[in-house]
Design a protein around this ligand. Structure first.
Ligand code: AMP
Length: 598
């Protein structure tokens, strides 16, 4: 098998690589390193993030520079601060055993003074984001006149992010005689223009097909009603207990809403978007990298340059407006030779987008089925059992407690003990998914929402115009009827009204506590739409809180949720940064008392 030495790298670099644990070169390294080490060739490399591209240019670069001289010889441009910092860290590692090597990062969103001081020390390598570098050039701080190597990393991303003019300005400041190495996941016209204008007969290195996605990614789509997206997301997460995902949303507001809902439902999730301060973003990323978070909900822009390995799932909560962004999203998984799944949750009218993406990435999607309640419970149970198998028993520490434990469990059979131990974890899933409806639609969208047995459909005359979304409406009902969030199994919030499905046993409670109450000056009307399949009839209610045809309810009349209610802001609440405890999916509370959501 080919090793790094055969590629022609020097001893100090080999030592650094060994320390990093790299044993064999990745395909892009195998192809690019020998050409780049020649030191006299422009290179265009089509490679996704995660293919080992940083080492592909970083290793030959540190071998080609003269670290005895203290002037900038190599410039690496990258689209985001995160990527820029990552490249800097990698290159510092690669050049660890080379005397005098200095690598400096220049990026926006941080104090420029410190960076100016660093640049004045004459680092041989600068990794920069284009905007901040232009600022430095205009201040006369950076001298690019003696640059021998320019690396454009994620060139397509830099252009999509609007750095075209900055790139032109920067490249015009560099000497004509230099090597330019361009890395890009896709080859749109703009990137080809850069290659044409600034590079001389570049050597092309392609990993996989041009513009095609990473072979190790499996592309799947799920078809659901638009309003069921969130439920679908939760099912996918629950079906994959070890999920480590990035969930992409289209807007900052959607990102926040989805993250808030996940946090509230007890998932280890948080949001990453442009309305957060840099310090907040750093904090979220730190938690994600350290696996304190299982799900990072992000916008495209905020997630650029995220270089976390081992992401198991990329989830397109909504497909991107620009289908090209799909490649970048899905490229966040299946890094460094691993496999990963890229999921799109779509509604029927979006099938054409899937077909367009298929053409773009030259890969086929498979339609997957949203797991049923049974599937989720089974998967959770098996995961639990696997953990029992693999858990390490600390014999020494546990020894002294065991006699008491054994005596406590003495009268139980082996079978009973197993059942009870797994039930501790399992019950909340079983409870939550007991009556879970089928969320799947076929790609043509012909469906009829069949209510599961044990649930009943309800109508309520409040909706989006009252400031509710699926999440806040659930809260509103759960809190005021003093039931669990999980008792409301489905919501469809329309503009002026909403439909719900709730467990049959809480229907009366909801009617009693909410029907006839005042909300923002309106009398709330809530009624049962029944469940034809389960033989439960519809119940029409008059707004004076009595059943049509007599038989009034005493409970709800005269209540007002206008003032002092946590919903008086109409559900537009924002809570940022909540940390959910591992496995504790019960975050809602009512009157200081914790309620179980599952
Ligand atoms: P990149 O595409 O540069 O973001 O690299 C993706 C990940 O692969 C990084 O965590 C690298 O440390 C790792 N990596 C790069 N090259 C190798 C290699 N030859 N063997 C093992 N891991 C590697």
């Amino acid at each position: 098998m080919l090793n790094f030495e055969l590629l022609g790298l020097s001893k100090p670099v080999m030592r650094a690589i060994a320390e990093l644990g790299f044993e064999t070169p990745t395909p892009i390294q195998e192809q690019a390193i020998p050409v780049m080490l020649g030191g006299n060739q422009d290179v265009v490399a089509l490679a996704q993030t995660g293919t080992g591209k940083t080492a592909a240019f970083g290793l030959p670069l540190v071998d080609l520079l003269n670290f005895d001289e203290r002037h900038t010889q190599a410039l690496i441009l990258a689209p985001t601060r995160e990527l820029c910092m990552q490249i800097t860290r990698d290159l510092q590692n690669f050049s660890k055993y080379m005397n005098g090597a200095q690598v400096t990062a220049i990026y926006g969103g941080a104090s420029i003074e410190g960076q100016i001081r660093d640049v004045r020390k004459g680092p041989q390598i600068i990794a920069a984001t284009p905007g901040r570098l232009v600022d430095m050039i205009e201040r006369g701080v950076v001298d690019l006149s003696k640059i021998d190597f320019v690396v454009l990393d994620e060139a397509d991303e830099m252009l999509t992010m609007g750095f075209k003019d900055d790139l032109d300005l920067i490249l015009s400041q560099t000497p004509k005689e230099k090597n330019t190495w361009l890395f890009s996941a896709t080859m749109p016209h703009e990137v080809q223009r850069i290659a044409r204008n600034y590079m001389h007969e570049p050597h092309e290195v392609t990993i996989g097909q041009k513009n095609s996605g990473n072979e190790n990614i499996e592309h799947q789509f799920y078809v659901v009603h638009a309003k069921d997206r969130y439920l679908a997301l939760k099912r996918i997460a629950d079906f994959n207990p070890d999920i480590f995902a990035i969930v992409f949303c289209r807007t900052k507001a959607e990102t926040q809403t989805v993250a808030d809902a996940l946090i509230k439902d007890g998932y280890n999730a948080d949001s990453l978007h442009g309305d957060l301060s840099q310090a907040q973003r750093d904090f979220v990323m730190k938690r994600y990298r350290s696996r304190s978070l299982q799900m990072l909900v992000a916008t495209d822009v905020a997630a650029r340059g995220i270089d976390v390995n081992d992401v198991t799932h990329v989830i397109n909560y909504n497909l991107p407006d620009e289908i090209e962004s799909y490649t970048h999203r899905s490229g966040r998984t299946a890094r460094a030779g691993k496999t990963g799944v890229s999921i799109a949750i779509i509604h029927t009218k979006e099938m054409h987008k899937i077909r367009e993406i298929e053409k773009l990435i030259k890969r086929k999607f498979t339609q997957a089925q949203i797991p049923s309640g049974f599937d989720v419970c089974e998967s959770q149970l098996l995961s639990l059992v696997k953990k029992v198998h693999s858990v390490e028993v600390d014999e020494k520490s546990i020894e002294r407690y065991l006699p008491a434990v054994f005596s406590e469990l003495e009268e139980l059979s082996r079978e009973d003990i197993i059942k009870r131990f797994v039930s501790i974890e399992f019950n909340r899933f079983a409870e939550y998914y007991r009556n879970a409806p089928d969320l799947n639609l076929n790609a043509q969208g012909d469906e009829r929402r069949k209510s599961a047995p044990g649930v009943v459909k309800m109508y309520i005359n409040v909706g989006q115009m009252d400031g509710f979304d699926f999440n806040s409406l659930k809260d509103f009902i759960a809190e005021n009827a003093e039931i669990s969030n999980g008792d409301v199994t489905w919501t469809d919030v329309k503009n002026t009204f909403s439909l719900l499905e709730v467990r049959t046993e809480v229907m009366e409670k909801i009617i009693q506590s909410i029907h006839g109450a005042q909300y923002r000056g309106r009398t709330v009307r809530v009624e049962s739409r029944g469940n034809r399949d389960a033989g439960i009839p519809r119940t029409r209610l008059r707004s004076d809180n009595r059943r049509e045809g007599g038989g009034g309810y005493g409970g709800g009349g005269g209540r007002s949720y206008d003032k002092g209610s946590r919903y008086s802001d109409g559900g537009n609440r924002k809570s940022y940064g909540g940390r959910s405890g591992g496995g504790d999916r019960d975050r809602s509370s009512s009157k200081g008392k914790k309620k179980k959501s599952y």
